[in-house]
Design a protein around this ligand. Structure first.
Ligand SMILES: O=c1[nH]cnc2c1ncn2[C@@H]1O[C@H](COP(=O)(O)OP(=O)(O)O)[C@@H](O)[C@H]1O
Length: 424
């Protein structure tokens, strides 16, 4: 039996090349699930993961688009099925995904025109990061339907020669499809995943270097330079709103100590604030993405242990330390910002410990202090610092923290923002 659509009167089946893909009920998101059940008119049934809704029940705008506008196979987090052949009640059909051995052994890449007979390869179901990349590149990614990959295959025609062990048809362990794919237009030799930044084993690199995103591919978009005004401030009362429930969230922290000990007996530093140089060349604050099921505060504390080896039994962030949250609709990303005030002795110890952190030397290339004073030319010092490159909305976060914690006055900040090297 072949995977088919569970919506009543819909006969669509998973058949190679018919362009129809399948989505599971969003069991992980209660509010969204309610909307789906209502739309499908099955709100009196118990939802199960075996209920499949085919792409024919969604409108074009329900799907994500690549930055170049190509329709992707993933639904937007807010998508709800809305197209039904008639208005009669849809009822849950018995689960159709019972015999997984039944798919015809062919290449499931939608665009594949290769005649049958080439070697076929299973999707790397056991490695989520690798699976996501295979799925994205082949245009087969569906948000709720990962078990599907257990049953389908891809042919040799989508792998670059560097993906194979010498003179064999055996794929290297971290091979990824890179040729003859309509959903991937990157370099064909970007065909092996860098195994893991944290792995002790040797990384598998592309033949020409390290151009592949490796497992960073799934979050690569987040780190791209923002457009002007891309990040907007979320009012505190709306942070936990349903609107942001389907977004990715990250939390970062402003660690600081009051410090009035003059530099060169001249410049008053006002405060010592820790930022870090990241692996991608940007400056940012310690912190990171929130894992599934984790709250923002636990996440920022966990990330600070990993990135700067913070002793959270002595210093940790709590809910009251929240400063500001920003949202990027384009990146579907919410960034939460917290403060951690320590004394100068502890700040120096935190700096010292940072070089012993798990991520030091890989994700974090160094901890720095922010110069808040401005030299006599009205440019060197804080204005120069503000002209560096900052990740995400971290420059806005820095300015928000300096203002809200009264470390600098709004006038002083404005002066630094207006300062221009041409006036030196
Ligand atoms: O200091 C920061 N302030 C604001 N946003 C940041 C900062 N650092 C990173 N981001 C944003 O959050 C995303 C994930 O953060 P990060 O790279 O720290 O996560 P990770 O450590 O979990 O990989 C980044 O791609 C970037 O968009």
């Amino acid at each position: 039996m072949v995977l088919s659509c569970s919506v009543q009167k819909c006969e669509n089946k998973l058949i190679k090349g018919n362009g129809i893909i399948f989505h599971r009920l969003p069991l992980h998101d209660k509010e969204l699930l309610k909307k789906w059940l209502k739309a499908l008119k099955i709100d009196n049934c118990t939802p199960t993961k075996h209920y499949n809704v085919c792409s024919e029940h969604f409108i074009e705008d329900d799907y994500k688009r690549s930055p170049t506008g190509v329709k992707l196979a993933d639904l937007l987090c807010s998508a709800v099925p809305s197209i039904f052949s008639d208005s009669s009640n849809a009822k849950q059909k018995p689960c159709s995904l019972t015999n997984k051995e039944c798919y015809e052994p062919v290449c499931f890449v939608p665009s594949c025109k290769t005649p049958k007979g080439l070697p076929l390869y299973n999707f790397p179901f056991g490695d989520k990061r690798l699976l996501d990349i295979w799925a994205e590149r082949t245009g087969l990614s569906t948000m709720y339907d990962t078990e599907l990959y257990l049953t389908i295959t891809i042919c040799k025609n989508h792998f670059h020669e560097n993906c194979f062990h010498d003179n064999s048809i055996q794929l290297k362990p971290y091979a990824i499809p890179s040729v003859n794919l309509i959903d991937y237009s990157g370099p064909p030799d970007s065909c092996c995943l860098i195994k893991s930044l944290h792995s002790d084993e040797n990384s598998v690199m592309t033949s020409t270097g390290d151009r592949t995103w490796g497992w960073l591919g799934s979050t690569e978009e987040f780190g791209r330079p923002p457009e002007p005004n891309e990040f907007i401030v979320i009012p505190k009362s709306e942070i936990h709103c349903e609107k942001y429930a389907g977004s990715n969230h990250a939390a970062h922290c402003f660690i600081y100590a009051e410090n009035n000990e003059r530099v060169f007996d001249i410049y008053n530093p006002r405060a010592s604030i820790l930022m870090q140089l990241r692996y991608d060349g940007y400056f940012g604050f310690p912190g990171g993405l929130i894992d599934a099921g984790e709250d923002f505060v636990s996440a920022v504390n966990r990330e600070m242990v990993e990135e700067i080896n913070l002793n959270t039994t002595i210093h940790s962030v709590n809910h009251d330390d929240h400063i500001i949250s920003h949202w990027s609709e384009k990146k579907n990303l919410v960034l939460h910002f917290y403060k951690l005030k320590v004394n100068m002795t502890d700040l120096i110890e935190i700096e010292r410990q940072a070089s012993l952190a798990r991520d030091y030397g890989t994700e974090v290339l160094g901890t720095i202090r922010v110069p808040l004073y401005t030299l006599g030319d009205h440019y060197r010092g804080f204005p120069v610092f503000l002209n560096h490159n900052f990740i995400g909305c971290s420059r806005d976060q820095l300015i928000a923290a300096l203002t809200s914690l009264n470390i600098l006055t709004p006038e002083e900040i404005q002066l630094a923002l207006n300062a221009n090297s041409r006036n030196i």
